[in-house]
Design a protein around this ligand. Structure first.
Ligand SMILES: [Zn+2]
Ligand SMILES: [Zn+2]
Length: 201
């Protein structure tokens, strides 16, 4: 029937065509399998130097293939050796920074250059910029990042002078005016009393 349109079965018969298809699909999966094993072998070598772990993880992917690959992704060491080394360098750099900057003046605890206060005894050591929140050097007069002026809060600033509340004397007059019987004997109440005289009519 297919001969009528000029197409014949590849391989000469439907059985052979199926065989060829099976070979292609099989080769495809073999390539995928092989790639997964090679990828796992490379990846585990970047993550551990232990030969036993390298062998076991590679065998898991070799035997179980894609399910094994999922298991490997879950169980593998989270960091590569290079990433672990970078983390180690970062933390050692932080430790060196801690050792270089002067310790807390009160308790001697190591203080990093960007600490505002001692984490142990809670004493405040440095100021942060009001505008951009960066740590300021005690010698600076303006913030080098946002050019804001640095206000030094002083502990011995005098308290604001107590100002007499305005409006108190008028309130006294009003109070006296509302109590005419008490203000009759008072000398300062004459004006109030005289203003009340016409009400006796
Ligand atoms: Zn301290
Ligand atoms: Zn600033």
């Amino acid at each position: 029937m297919l001969d009528g349109v000029g197409i014949s079965w590849p391989g000469g018969s439907p059985e052979n065509t199926g065989l060829i298809l099976a070979l292609i699909v099989g080769a495809y999966f073999v390539v995928l399998w092989f790639s997964a094993v090679v990828w796992t072998a490379r990846d585990i070598h970047q993550r551990t130097v232990e030969p036993m772990a390298q062998l076991v993880f590679t065998l898991i992917v070799l035997i179980f293939n894609f399910p094994g690959l999922v298991v490997y992704r879950v169980l593998r060491p989270p960091l590569t050796l290079q990433e672990a080394e970078e983390h180690r360098l970062e933390s050692s750099a932080l430790m060196r920074e801690l050792e270089q900057s002067p310790p807390c003046s009160r308790c001697g605890y190591p203080i990093a250059a960007d600490y505002l206060a001692c984490p142990k005894c809670t004493i405040q050591l440095r100021l942060a910029c009001d505008q951009c929140d960066r740590v300021l050097d005690p010698d600076w007069r303006i913030c080098p990042w946002c050019v804001a002026e640095i206000r030094i809060p002083s502990d011995d600033a005098p308290p604001p002078p107590p100002s007499a509340p305005a409006g108190t004397p008028p309130r006294d007059i009003v109070a006296q005016a509302s109590r005419p019987q008490a203000s009759q004997s008072a000398s300062g109440a004459t004006s109030v009393q005289s203003s009340r005289v016409p009400t006796f009519d």
